[in-house]
Design a protein around this ligand. Structure first.
Ligand code: KIV
Length: 263
């Protein structure tokens, strides 16, 4: 079974970490069977499964509901849960209680929190109550309103320096890994070389210690053209639509059910 320490060991040995998101029971089973290292119940849940236009509206209750479904299906990978927007920013006690719920009620082994700055204090406090933390820097989708859209971060030297400093501060505070989202690959390389904890990239180039993708993007379930950093390994959306259409046709033409499906 993977633990957060396993990821640090993997970095030491130069083994790449492969992570994916999951939001439900069958996906957790399928991805566990595939041998993925880390399953993240991301707050991308809001956009991918709940139809929200951003991750901002996602609540603790929604996260727990989906986390529990994943927990019931997972065997092997490290289970990490996102702390949703406003579950940790208001006060420290609330942050500790909410992270604790994801671990105690939801069965996560670790939580992920977006941002640097004050987040490093939360990381320190969470470690005191035995909760491992994964950081998340670069494009932090919960800050989409402040960032003015989903844009690559760290292109300007000042911003790049801040992301590097935040990454070092997260490591110093005790985070066991850092997700780097949509940052130039040169910056990701520099951060990866500066840290002894692993970097997990998404839209951050080839130099990170691991990669993460939204599983619906990998499978081609998501609607619309895929983002530059996504590689589609299947076209399940088309398969799902065409198979549903075949079923509709069969029902309408009286071809399903056949005698073999009848009692
Ligand atoms: O919410 C999420 O799925 C994430 C990953 C894309 C890193 O944060």
């Amino acid at each position: 079974m993977m633990t957060h320490q396993s990821l640090i060991e993997m970095k030491k040995k130069g083994e790449k970490i492969a992570a994916l998101t999951a939001y439900d029971f069958p996906t957790a089973q399928i991805l566990s069977e595939s041998g993925v290292d880390v399953l993240l119940v991301g707050d991308s849940l809001g956009m991918v499964k709940l139809g929200y236009s951003s991750t901002v509206p996602v609540t603790m209750e929604e996260m727990l509901h989906h986390l529990l479904a994943v927990k019931r299906g997972i065997s092997g990978p490290l289970l990490v849960a996102d702390m949703p927007y406003l579950s940790y920013e208001i006060d420290l006690k609330e942050a500790l209680r909410n992270a604790g719920r994801l671990i105690k009620e939801g069965g996560a082994q670790a939580v992920k929190i977006e941002g640097g700055g004050f987040v490093t204090d939360i990381v320190r406090e969470l470690l005191k109550i035995h909760i491992p933390v994964m950081g998340h820097l670069g494009l932090t989708p919960q800050s989409v309103n402040q960032l003015g859209g989903y844009k690559v971060q760290g292109k300007e030297p000042k911003n790049a320096k801040k992301i590097l400093e935040d990454a070092k501060a997260l490591e110093k505070a005790g985070a066991f890994a850092v997700v780097l989202e949509c940052v130039p690959s040169g910056l990701a390389r520099k951060i990866t070389a500066s840290l002894s904890i692993p970097t997990i990239g998404i839209g951050a180039g080839v130099h990170c210690d691991g990669q993460i993708l939204v599983s619906d993007d990998l499978w081609g379930i998501s609607k619309g053209p895929s983002l530059k950093f996504v590689k589609r390994y299947a076209r399940l959306r088309e398969t799902m639509i065409s198979s549903a259409r075949e079923y509709l046709k069969d029902v309408r033409q009286g071809k399903f059910p056949g005698t073999e499906h009848s009692f």
